[in-house]
Design a protein around this ligand. Structure first.
Ligand SMILES: [Zn+2]
Length: 144
């Protein structure tokens, strides 16, 4: 399987950045939803970080019920995003452990008022070390 770049439009990019800044100093998290085109993000859906408050600066958890609700509403989850407050947009060992193969992951490094770095990743097999970086292309808003 070939791994295509992540595509998203400016509006969704801005949504993602706004969510990351708003959640600071805690980690923001949410679901990336798509459609027909592989790795093309159509919507960014904010999710509650359900990790315990004292862990929320360094980790996140998304409730399976939130994902169920999304699917029930007709969304197609194709990946997840989360932020790293005051930390680079690299995957932690904990992040890697929970990645679902073939889903896309976006990590945003956030300083107090802005996102300084955004990176995309995919896990290509169940092997913990089989993870590669995907570039993120900003595209015009197209049809679904
Ligand atoms: Zn992380």
């Amino acid at each position: 399987m070939a791994y295509t770049d992540i595509q998203m439009d400016k509006k969704d990019l801005q949504t993602l950045k706004d969510i990351a800044v708003k959640a600071y100093p805690y980690e923001a998290c949410g679901v990336l939803t798509g459609g027909e085109i592989e790795n093309r993000i159509y919507d960014i859906v904010d999710a509650n970080n359900t990790a315990a408050l004292d862990l929320r600066k360094k980790s996140f958890e998304i409730s399976a019920l939130d994902i169920y609700r999304l699917e029930n509403d007709g969304y197609k989850p194709i990946g997840f995003y989360h932020s790293h407050p005051d930390y680079p947009a690299v995957l932690s060992e904990e992040d890697k452990k929970h990645m679902i193969p073939d889903m896309i992951y976006i990590v945003a490094s956030v300083k107090r008022t802005y996102v300084s770095q955004l990176k995309g990743y995919v896990r290509t097999s169940t092997d913990l070390n089989q993870i590669c970086e995907l570039s993120i292309q900003i595209v015009d808003k197209g049809g679904k």
